[in-house]
Design a protein around this ligand. Sequence first.
Ligand code: ARG
Length: 592
Amino acid sequence: MAPVTSLTASVHQRLATALSAALPEADADPLLRRSDRADFQANGILALAKKAKANPRELAAQVVARVESGDVIKDIEVSGPGFLNITITDKAITENLAARYADTDGRLGVPYAEHPGTTVIDYAQPNVAKEMHVGHLRSAVIGDAVVQILEFTGENVVRRHHIGDWGTQFGMLIQYLDEHPHELDHKEGEDLQQSGEQAMSNLDRLYKAARRLFDSDDEFKTRARRRVVDLQAGDPRTLATWQKFVDESKIYFFSVFEKLDMEVRDPDIVGESGYNDMLDETCRLLEESGVAVRSEGALCVFFEDVKGPDGKPVPLIVQKSDGGYGYAATDLSAIRDRVFNLKSNTLLYVVDARQSLHFKMVFETARRAGWLNDDVKALQLAFGTVLGKDGKPFKTREGETVRLVDLLDEAIDRATAVVREKAEKVGLSEREIVENGQYVGVGAVKYADLSTSAVRDYKFDLDQMVSLNGDTSVYLQYAYARIQSILRKAGEANPAAHPELGLAPAERALGLHLDQFGETLAEVAAAYEPHKLAAYLYKLATLLTAFYDQCQVLSADNAPEVVENRLFLVDLTARTLHQGMALLGIRTPERL
Ligand code: ARG
């Protein structure tokens, strides 16, 4: 099915044609935007007139005289110093929406991007043998939304979960597990959630016990250090024990991702260890090309603008003086893999802003090495810190980092209470209450994260997140469910577009906003800004509320066509809400 030309695009095209007729030499952009005074306003004439040394109001009048009107443009008039105010015909609005409604691909007429590429996105990257915290939540939630949005535009997306699965800390753990082989056992008959909890509690217990021994027993310490060497040398028995930690951690990760209602696939988990085979060559290439130099035994890359507090340059250390490789060597190797093996032209990293200096140095190094360039770009989608209600980094009362699982459970509990309050009126079964509680609770957490610009810190405030009023996911979920309830109550009447009908102001406002879904998505995808999609959806829900205030859908006073046309309008609104929320990773229950 062909994509639907948006009203904005139709008006733009008509104005551009009229403009180039009036001003042949100009490369004419009318600069069209939505406006409160009319449906659209074009501001581009002022600058064009100035360039052509013409009178802007006169030029505007010439455009008005030349513009094709009637079918799409109902009114066009000059205002102020040379703006154009444009009003669209009701018929064009309804016909446009009807074409979106008829799109059998389920894309609401939204076109694919013209030049899709391959994007590798690095997100949801927790660390082996460690608890996931709120920072990992942000990376997962923002990353997942960006994946969905990019895929919707037709981009080829490769997901990479760069988990922390390598490093010297494993020596101690491996040695301890070999000496206490039953520490990772599981009870029989566990489901995924129970296994996840068991796995994390095993790992936590083991970590603490190993640490205690390491700090108190010098002989254990020596044995543990030897295991680090064995691990790096690829000793098979040591690797086998290391693998047990990775597997145990994955059980836990998958249980959290399931709770988050998010798909993470095993083959996409390529942790730090996945690049071990490339590290030597990465260093060799950097050293041979002179990008990296030896300094006090270490292989380093220096930067003009990266200096420590003492004014001395702080290098990126690619290889330590003892020959060991760290985080930077792995990331540089991952870039080579993503560029040359996965053939991507965009590398995205959804990582905490506190790692920005690391990525700045890594990207610059890769650029100097020629692995990144104007055609192959890398970008950190940095996100801010999650704060508690007090505005300080989110901690438990005891000052510990908050366990992600506890936080999600609490959100689900609160949401279930909210759902339960209305459940009787809606006639929800206990099963639906529990299910909706999960959708509303998880949705609340995701939406709070996605509705503010990622770089900003945000306050984790559950009371606000599950509030029925305001910019929350549950407000949007209710808007969707309310439409479904109207559609169920409609009985014999079916949604159907009637372009011959005149539209009330609230219907026009809703319709014009519905038309902008595709343009909003294109912008959101180009700038990786899911918060603008959240803002679009919130506005859609508020326009729907205004529509309900002013227009009855199922009223005996309405002519049958009016009922059908309004059912069609709300149904398209529901589909748009559903699609938009799905791109943010949030479910829209049918009854709430
Ligand atoms: N595992 C890291 C952490 O927990 C995040 C990894 C980010 N990705 C990367 N390619 N360095 O902080």
